[in-house]
Write a protein that binds this ligand. Structure first.
Ligand code: 9MR
Length: 562
């Protein structure tokens, strides 16, 4: 129980690698020393001095750093500080984040649409299938010659986006790109990475099997007649707080547009090249993906400026759609990402022609609305194989490295010793994904430069997500001593089980507090979090946050082992 442990000592509640950096944060300035104590015997195993005080730019609160990196003995411990008591327990051992990585990938299984989750795979969170999505209506905004208003298409499978039950192409896009890139970056790591899913014994890595569940849905979202891709598959309004199988409102596919179509092209191009190596398992699927990608690309060329704007849409068409918008006003970054994937898959540099790669500007952190970094990562990954011009290769390396160098400035002054939170804007809706995606960028930079400082900072952001933060929460459900118990997640709310569905990443602090929940206890950016299911702005879960969490935890596991 969290109340048994010193709330003012904050650390990764899972633990640390024997040879890596080990840091805890002690809130307040009074104390100057700490001890590491064996969890079972209480014996002191390490004594250290706390750092000079540091001040949070968000709350003005003071903290000091307890660095016990020199202590390398495997075991289970707590940090003790006089007057504060003992911290949450943690372990020091090899592969310390293995279970975190597995659980975060398994989290996607629990989000599967149109399939029963049996007890042998889902444990106490077993549930009947929800949303067969075999009879989905074509919305007035999405009609074409062969698909008039209210005609019916089948669009089953996929993952629920988040705490709600809708399926959005844009957000599926970045999620799939992140997971498929993880596979391409560390393929052999997934040879024995078992998450106990229905396909676990089919000779294909579980990571890919999981991604295929969503890929097969995505493929149904393309209008085969012209190649355009619907924005989302959705109810008109959000479901109540009921289990998936109890949510039976009609569902629609909505307006084809440029951004969604390019995200689709990127994902299907990437999947197509990966699946080439699994032709015996999934005959023809690789080709189908690549054909779909090319068709989507061609559609986008012909329709380069159709943006999803839900308010405008609702003025023109009925019924009104008021679910997640994922609207965008520019497709410049989607072009970069799609072009990069098309080039990497086909080997045709022509795909980059006429695309402004924007490597002369700072790289934007990947989010659902800013995906160009995914394109950079892919071009770097394949630069040898597809013979990316050396000048471009250099620019890409520079822009990614500069992103990480920017993050590292003044790390030693940060109250939680993390790059996360240095900028106020890090605490936006889904801030946990900011921390995770910064970590991913740092790992790309580590692989480009081999400088361990980048890997260390990435690990620091994983520490942030698992408890070394101003809320003291471990943000991954099912983990930690101070746990998220009430995420805004319909199945977790409606299933009558005390523990939330595990392996899901809570959104994290967000001073916007758009949900207007009355249970927030702080307005400071880094503390603006409430573990209450009313809080869709700070405590929802979402696939695009889980994906970089899987990436960060799994890649660190792979790299610490290498
Ligand atoms: O992650 C999205 C965030 O960037 C936006 O600010 C927010 C409001 O538009 O929406 C978030 O996405 C939500 C989506 O619209 C619907 N499903 C739940 C998503 C996570 O909260």
């Amino acid at each position: 129980n969290a109340q048994d442990f010193a709330a003012d000592i904050r650390l990764n509640q899972i633990g640390f690698y024997p040879k890596a950096e080990k840091i805890a944060v002690v809130v307040g300035e009074k104390n100057t020393a700490f001890e590491v104590k064996d969890f079972k015997t209480g014996k002191s195993v390490f004594k250290g001095k706390l750092s000079e005080p540091r001040t949070s730019q968000h709350s003005g609160k003071i903290s000091r750093i307890a660095d016990f990196s020199k202590f390398q003995q495997s075991g289970k411990y707590q940090i003790e500080v006089a007057g504060l008591g003992k911290s949450a327990p943690f372990e020091v051992k090899e592969h310390i984040h293995r279970q975190v990585a597995e659980a975060a990938l398994k989290g996607f299984y629990y989000q599967r649409v149109s399939i029963d989750l049996p007890e042998k795979l889902a444990g106490k969170w077993a549930r009947p299938a929800g949303h067969p999505d075999d009879k989905v209506l074509v919305h007035a905004s999405a009609v074409s010659e062969k698909r008039p208003e209210n005609s019916v298409i089948g669009s089953p499978r996929g993952w629920y986006d988040a705490g709600d039950y809708n399926k959005y192409i844009v957000n599926s896009g970045i999620t799939m790109g992140t997971l498929l890139s993880l596979y391409e970056d560390y393929p052999t790591f997934f040879d024995d990475f078992n998450t106990n899913i229905p396909e676990s014994n089919n000779g294909v890595p579980d990571l890919l099997d999981e991604a295929l569940w969503n890929l097969r849905w995505m493929l149904t979202m393309q209008d085969a007649a012209d190649g355009g891709v619907y924005h989302k598959l959705t109810n008109t309004r959000f479901d109540g707080m009921v289990m998936p199988d109890a949510a039976k409102n009609p569902r629609y596919v909505v307006q084809k547009n440029t951004g969604a179509t390019l995200d689709f092209a990127a994902v299907t191009a990437q999947a197509g090249r990966i699946l080439k190596n699994f032709e015996d398992k999934f005959p023809g699927l690789s080709d189908s993906c690549i054909v779909a990608a090319v068709k989507a690309w061609e559609w986008a060329k012909k329709n380069p400026d159709i943006y999803y704007n839900q308010d405008e849409l609702n003025k023109k068409f009925d019924p009104d759609i008021v679910t997640g918008a994922y609207g965008d006003r520019s497709a410049a970054d989607e072009w970069i990402w799609a072009a990069a994937e098309m080039y990497a898959t086909t080997g045709k540099p022509d795909y980059l022609k006429g695309i402004a790669l924007q490597t002369d500007k700072p790289m934007p952190l990947p989010t659902w609305s800013q995906v160009q970094a995914l394109g950079y990562y892919t071009l770097l990954r394949f630069s040898d194989k597809i013979k990316v011009e050396s000048a471009l290769s250099k620019q890409l390396k520079t822009v990614v490295t500069q992103f990480s160098d920017q993050l590292l400035i003044d790390l030693e002054k940060q109250p939680y010793h993390t790059v996360m939170g240095k900028n106020a804007k890090d605490y936006s809706w889904g801030s946990s994904s900011v921390a995770a995606n910064q970590g991913v960028a740092l790992l790309y930079t580590f692989n480009l430069t081999k400088n361990p400082k980048y890997r260390q900072a990435a690990l620091g952001n994983l520490d942030y997500l698992l408890g070394r933060n101003a809320t003291g929460y471990c943000f991954l459900t099912g983990f930690g001593s101070k746990r998220v118990m009430h995420p805004h997640h319909r199945p977790s709310i409606a299933d009558g089980i005390v523990d939330p569905v595990p392996g899901l990443l809570s959104g994290g602090p967000n001073p916007g507090q758009q949900d207007k929940c009355t249970t927030y206890t702080s307005k400071f950016a880094d503390e603006s979090f409430t573990d209450n299911d009313c809080s869709y702005a700070s405590n929802e879960i979402a696939i695009n946050w889980n994906a970089p969490m899987v990436y960060l935890a799994a890649a660190i596991e792979a790299l610490m082992d290498a």
